[in-house]
Design a protein. Structure first.
Length: 216
């Protein structure tokens, strides 16, 4: 079996900035390719069962935050999109600053995942309303002759990953939710959401070593 040491040695020689850019571009490419495929091959609410009833590609769109949450109507949507753009510029600047100061690479890659995920969803908000028509009861067209379904900053974020691994009912004695049905995991999300979540989890799990290194 060939040794992976030469490969690891080669990867170590690649500057951190190039590996960070590669990670960002990889996440963005996969995220947008999957979203465009779903948008141009499925209509809203359509499902494709990948593994039984617990891994489903379920096409849905949301106007707001990650995992299908909503935020304040049309004005809230524009406000959220604007905030995302500002946040992305701030994260990008911080990543460059960390790379120049040769800080811990694990933290840089985690921020790169968060950056890529945020940009992935911003692309939906910025452009999908212009380049697609709607997906209600039909498959959307890319660059339709009649124009898109909305305007700049008002596009909807495409979600598709659905993992209803198990369902049941809360016990009757539980306050508020007693006897109500629950599904785990209910939210529908996309690859960009996953990248943001993974990046945040890595930072939380290794926060002590990360921030200790950064503080030096």
């Amino acid at each position: 079996m060939p040794s992976i040491k030469p490969l690891m040695s080669f990867l170590k020689k690649i500057p951190t900035i190039y590996k960070s850019i590669f990670l960002i571009l990889l996440v963005l490419t996969l995220d947008q390719a999957l979203k465009i495929w779903v948008k141009t091959h499925m209509f809203l609410g359509q499902e494709n069962h990948i593994f039984g009833d617990w891994f489903i590609i379920h096409f849905t769109e949301n106007n707001g935050m990650a995992f299908g949450m909503e935020f304040g109507g049309s004005f809230g949507k524009m406000l959220l999109s604007s905030f995302r753009i500002i946040a992305v510029f701030a994260i990008g600047y911080y990543i460059i600053k960390l790379i120049k100061s040769e800080k811990k690479t694990g933290f840089i890659y985690s921020l790169s995942l968060i950056f890529a995920g945020a940009v992935g969803n911003i692309i939906d908000s910025l452009f999908y309303g212009i380049i697609f028509n709607d997906s209600y009861y039909k498959i959307a067209t890319l660059f339709p002759s009649e124009g898109g379904y909305s305007s700049l900053l008002h596009g909807k974020v495409v979600d598709m990953f659905y993992f209803p691994i198990f369902s049941g009912h809360f016990p009757d004695w539980l306050p508020i939710w007693g006897s109500e049905q629950f599904i785990f995991f209910r939210p529908v999300f996309n690859l960009a959401d996953s990248a943001i979540t993974i990046g945040v989890f890595i930072i939380i799990i290794f926060q002590r070593s990360v921030f200790k290194k950064i503080g030096k």
